[in-house]
Design a protein around this ligand. Structure first.
Ligand SMILES: NC(=O)c1ccc[n+]([C@@H]2O[C@H](COP(=O)([O-])OP(=O)(O)OC[C@H]3O[C@@H](n4cnc5c(N)ncnc54)[C@H](OP(=O)(O)O)[C@@H]3O)[C@@H](O)[C@H]2O)c1
Length: 300
């Protein structure tokens, strides 16, 4: 069976992306072969393409999550050919056919749209990691919360009874409110606006924007014993900022998937790009203003 894979042989803008078609080797033990239908695109994909993050050898492959159909699997698992699944990989899901460890698979609930199924694995597990690492808090400030990670973190935090104040641009204020947050626009005067809606110091903050403005605002609004954290993976000016990195955990993913299937959590796909237009998708992601998530659609 052949797979067409998105690769980059050099770091740079989206023009470095290429497609490469190869014959797949026989399926290894413990893996499932998936025909991908949709795959989420995350900032990490585009940041690895530009060379901001440099892991592993060239050529690079991309994509951390997917939804699709099992087309090959060894006997002895709960899965069968034809099963519809979603899950996370590790920088290889932007390809037409992928081999994924069986332990990474979660069944796609029939009432979850394919595009939604393909875009939740990375952010769901990131959001659960954030809340686990922050621990029990009553109030949480989230910087840059209208994107993929923020959209689900707000809802998971509200479910835990946390009072969430979240920032985004003016155009996304109503979206933040619809997710359950008190919405505040970022930009000059941010600290005053935060204090106006939440006069008491926050128990914790998490930055998803990676801006100095967010760091300074957290330092001025989080209580001295509180946690100031960032997932942005960018240099920070204060040693108080704790870096949080996603921990993969399929049961955390299943928790969010079940919540979307039951209607407890809402999930929005911003734009769907055809796989052949991956370069356009990556350029769009680099602009940093995704609402919810973006998806790549794979034609049969
Ligand atoms: N550490 C980890 O394990 C981990 C895991 C996942 C993601 N990440 C990183 O976390 C970051 C967020 O990921 P994501 O998928 O949520 O990104 P995203 O979907 O691109 O969302 C970006 C968010 O940042 C906001 N934003 C843009 N400019 C801003 C500014 N100047 N000040 C404040 N907010 C601003 C956007 O709001 P507007 O559109 O309204 O401007 C949007 O809400 C990325 O850097 C990603 O690489 C890290």
């Amino acid at each position: 069976m052949k797979s067409t894979i998105l690769i980059a042989q050099t770091y740079g803008p989206a023009q470095v992306l290429e497609f490469y078609t190869q014959e797949l080797p026989p399926l290894a033990t413990g893996m499932a072969r998936i025909q991908v239908k949709y795959a989420g695109i995350n900032p990490i994909d585009a940041r690895r393409m530009t060379g901001e993050f440099r892991h592993g050898a060239m050529p690079q492959t991309f994509g951390t999550e997917f939804a699709g159909t099992i087309v090959d699997i060894h006997p002895g698992t709960v899965w069968a050919i034809g099963d519809e699944v979603l899950g996370s990989g590790g920088a290889f899901t932007h390809a037409t056919v992928i081999d994924v460890p069986v332990g990474n698979l979660v069944a796609r609930p029939q009432n979850i749209d394919w595009a939604i199924a393909g875009t939740i694995a990375g952010v769901a597990q990131t959001a659960m990691t954030i809340l686990d690492e922050i621990g029990e808090v009553k109030s949480l400030l989230i910087h840059g919360a209208s994107g993929g990670v923020g959209s689900i973190t707000i809802q998971l935090a509200k479910e835990r009874g946390i009072n969430v104040v979240a920032t985004a641009s003016e155009k996304n204020q109503d979206y933040l409110k619809s997710l359950g947050a008190v919405a505040v626009p970022y930009g000059p005067g941010l600290v005053d606006r935060l204090k106006a809606v939440h006069p008491q110091p926050f128990d914790a903050s998490v930055d998803m924007s990676g801006t100095e403005e967010a760091t300074q605002a957290s330092l001025l609004t989080v209580k001295p014993s509180g946690i100031i954290s960032s997932i942005a993976g960018k240099p920070v000016s204060s040693s108080r900022v704790k870096a949080i990195w996603v921990k993969r955990n399929p049961s955390n993913l299943k928790y969010v998937v079940d919540g979307i299937a039951s209607g407890k959590f809402s999930w929005e796909v911003d734009q769907v790009f055809s796989f052949k237009d991956a370069a356009k998708a990556y350029s769009y992601i680099l602009e940093g203003h995704t609402k919810g998530k973006n998806a790549l659609a794979f034609d049969e």
